[in-house]
Design a protein around this ligand. Sequence first.
Ligand code: NAD
Length: 417
Amino acid sequence: MPEDQSAYAIAQEQFDRAADVLDLEDGLRKVLREVKRELVVHFPVHMDDGSIEMFTGYRVQHNLARGPAKGGLRFHPAVTLDEVKALAMWMTWKCAVVGLPYGGAKGGVIVDPKRLSLGEQQRLVRRFATEISIVVGPESDIPAPDMGTNAQHMAWFMDTISMHRGYSVPATVTGKPLAVGGSEGRPEATGRGLTFCVLEGLEELGIQPAGSTAVVQGFGNVGSVSARLLNREAGMSILAVSDSTSAIYNGHGLDLEEVERYKATHGSFAGYPDAENIEAHEILELECTVLVPAALEGQIHHGNAERVRAKVVAEGANGPTTPEADDILAQKGVLLIPDILANAGGVTVSYFEWVQDLQAFFWEESEINQRLRHIMSRAYKQVSQAAHGRKVSMRTAAYALAVDQVARASEARGIYP
Ligand code: NAD
């Protein structure tokens, strides 16, 4: 993260750019550039050694004009309220850009889950769920996984809320295991949605995906699935991947199955035999067709944007590019597919999961993927058309479409009382 601008300041600056394009009226601007609710909780957890640790967590709701709040839960040592507010605002725009009837939210706990046993993680999730249960529920605010959380955490979350109610409430959270009301296709949804966007982008540029190349920063849920699908389904060579501890490069393309197997047994890519170890920062500067930042915020900034050599940047992570870097990439002619579009596949299938849970009627994976493709391709085309029509970047166009939707909903509802 660049030291000079917080994630929330960046989110607000991105909003301001879209509000200017829309010539948004002052009162609405004031409403939409702030978050609606911030809940901060400090809670104790019994550790395995018998001690008690205090943890701090957040749940922020940005705007509820278009429906209940939706957004992930992040477990990471660097979580801050400022970051969660930015992520909540991004969720509002993301849901609007793909046309889901939700507002935006986000949550997080300051913790490194890798340092906790499974039992400690379970107690942490259950107590955190209890603390934020005052704002969470199928009609009000529906969490999902994000960095550091997975389907098992969501199952414990759902079970905790259900224990309080006295009956099962599967629609209270998405990204659950299939056994407790999860959806087919949810684990791959973000990477799959990103792949659909990349294919649309390459088609616009007249580039054949087969034989072109991709580089992926971050090899968690979003990064690993994106790499796999860009490789297997789009026929692209994956030249380099990285995680929080190491980065590897092979100019002829990595064998992803081998790479995944190596990481699963060794915990990182370090020492992987069929590739060169490179410095973490180099991964963003490699020559390739598509660069997928799929780790943290603020990775492409004024200090390195000039050295980005990809033709397309598809933002798997939320907020990986700062506004200054946006301008530099635009001047270089890079096609940037913004986070609120590129990684919206996850929340789209989360929406399918919520609908299936509410109806207790479940769909086949092929149906999920087909509907996802339809929504992602439609959203990509709308954003691209708006970008060309308004002569603005894809990010500003996506924001303008999203902000317009939310502004119209807010206007129609009016200011209470
Ligand atoms: P994850 O915890 O599964 O994976 C994160 C990965 O990033 C890990 O491989 C980690 O080692 C790596 N990483 C962390 N710091 C790094 C660094 N400095 N350099 C390189 N790699 C680093 O998380 P995820 O769910 O894949 O989320 C990744 C990003 O995608 C986040 O910004 C998240 O908000 C966003 N996102 C996730 C989803 C989803 O459905 N999971 C949906 C939309 C957006």
